[in-house]
Ligand binder design. Structure first.
Ligand code: KIV
Length: 260
């Protein structure tokens, strides 16, 4: 699974199925179920460590989990999150991106818009594929005023569109859009050349991602945009296969699982 494969899927209108993964056992089931991209997300700070935010996650954590996911993965692409404060300068960003690639990542993901432009350019210019992340930014949770839907006004939706284009022009190859109204996500997706993977961003993105614990019902709270794919299944493997099928046949997410 390469950037070229993801771009071809985008061009062919085939939806990209992505899930977070943090260990070899889940990664191997997800890979076998046909999940296209495994995201070693810093959400591990919340779902594995039990923290309320992702802010305490370190590079050591991300390298550790990326290594185990990559060991189990045969087909899927691996995106690893760059954790909080690991890309404050372009030089630091490149050094830390290299460490994630050495651990097995195919692409690294950074949160933010204008403030991360230099970091994105520096990493991309050194041939490490970059995934941007806009909308709700868990690493900026204090500035965002909590976990809430973003880009609801004309002005904030306009800023989001500009930042998405800026990330693409700076060398990003892919974008995660988190918790934005479905119509805003649809417009951003239609404007960009790079694939857009949504979470709580409606049905019109090029792909979907969910936190694996949420979609298995191991969650502190049932999010509107998530679905428990384990209900009615005999195994976790079947839940992963059903998720891939639902993303590909566009039955997930529904309008009721999206924001307006
Ligand atoms: O860390 C993570 O799991 C993420 C997803 C919410 C997209 O970034």
């Amino acid at each position: 699974m390469t950037i070229a494969t993801l771009k071809k899927m985008q061009a062919d209108g085939e939806k990209i199925a992505c899930l977070t993964a943090y260990d070899a056992s889940f990664a191997s089931l997800q890979d076998a179920a046909g999940v296209d991209v495994l995201l070693v997300g810093d959400s591990l700070g919340m779902v594995l460590h039990g923290d309320d935010t992702t802010l305490a996650v370190t590079m050591t954590d991300m390298i550790y989990h990326t290594r185990w996911v990559s060991r189990a993965c045969r087909r899927a692409g691996i995106i690893s999150d760059m954790p909080y404060q690991s890309y404050t300068t372009a030089t630091q960003a490149l050094e830390n991106a290299k460490r994630l690639v050495n651990a097995g990542a195919d692409m690294v993901k950074l949160e933010g818009g204008a403030t991360i432009r230099a970091a994105v350019k520096q990493i991309a210019q050194h041939d490490i594929p970059v995934c941007g992340h806009l909308g709700l930014l868990p690493q900026s949770i204090h500035e965002m005023g909590g976990y809430r839907v973003q880009a609801r006004t004309k002005a904030t939706a306009g800023t989001l569109k500009q930042e998405a284009m800026m990330l693409q022009q700076s060398g990003a190859s892919c974008l995660v859009l988190e918790c934005v109204p479905a119509r805003v996500a649809a417009e951003v997706t239609a404007t960009l050349n790079m694939p857009v993977i949504g979470i709580g961003a409606g049905p019109d993105c090029d792909g979907q991602v969910l936190v694996v614990y949420d979609m298995l019902g191991i969650t502190r709270r049932q999010f509107k945009f998530s679905r428990n794919f384990l209900i009615g299944k005999d195994s976790i493997a079947d839940a992963f296969k059903d998720y891939v099928a639902a993303v590909k046949n566009k039955s997930f997410p529904t309008a009721a699982e999206s924001y307006t």
